[in-house]
Design a binder for this molecule. Sequence first.
Ligand code: ATP
Length: 235
Amino acid sequence: AATAPLLAVRGLEGWYGESHVLHGIDLDVGAGEVVTLLGRNGAGKTTTLRAIIGILGKRTGSITYEGAETIRMASRAIARLGIGYVPEERGIFASLSVHENLMLPPRVKPGGMSVAEIHALFPNLKERAKSQGTKLSGGEQQMLAIGRILRTGAKLILLDEPTEGLAPVIVQQIGRTILKLKAEGYTIVLVEQNFRFAQTLADRHYVVEQGRVVDMIENSRLDANIDKLHAYLGV
Ligand code: ATP
């Protein structure tokens, strides 16, 4: 029998106040997979991640993680299951050092990375340990935001546009890191504008349009579906 997915989202609807923005998101993520959410600006990709981690005010439908229903759980309880969220804006505290930023989120599960392991993954962070958060480049801030979540013990990592605004060489480094994490057994859901970058990493892609998942494309079938994808993305 097929094993149940690590994360299963069914009929997810979500609101900001009165504004109804998710209209039925359905997706599955298997343990150890890298899955992307693709779609135009405003399609609802970020809101989907926010709903999964429980920081969207109102959400209905079903989100299960390791079989446990989380739709009515508070964000802290969801984090304690081992789900980590790296927001697009990264959330680095300017007044704290790199090391202090790294130590900030509490551990939620045993087996989180040690500082030494995070430094091995991102050597820049070791060199910059005493620097203030704001002195970092965009790429270093992204590494810090990811490293900080890996320390918590989260095993499902939700990454919102980690490569946005970064130089190509840093984008490649982030890509290699994501593949390394996959090889270590992490599961990753990635919101990405750049589907050519996503193609180098992902197992599958979900296309989000107007608050719904409208398609799922296996990575091996991405090139065969390129016209369809261009139409979805309006490129
Ligand atoms: P982007 O790449 O632009 O972030 P996205 O697919 O991630 O696109 P979302 O950020 O999830 O899209 O936005 C989905 C819808 O929700 C959009 O119509 C957006 O304007 C709206 N929205 C996003 N954040 C808020 C908010 N804080 N309050 C009200 N509406 C919001």
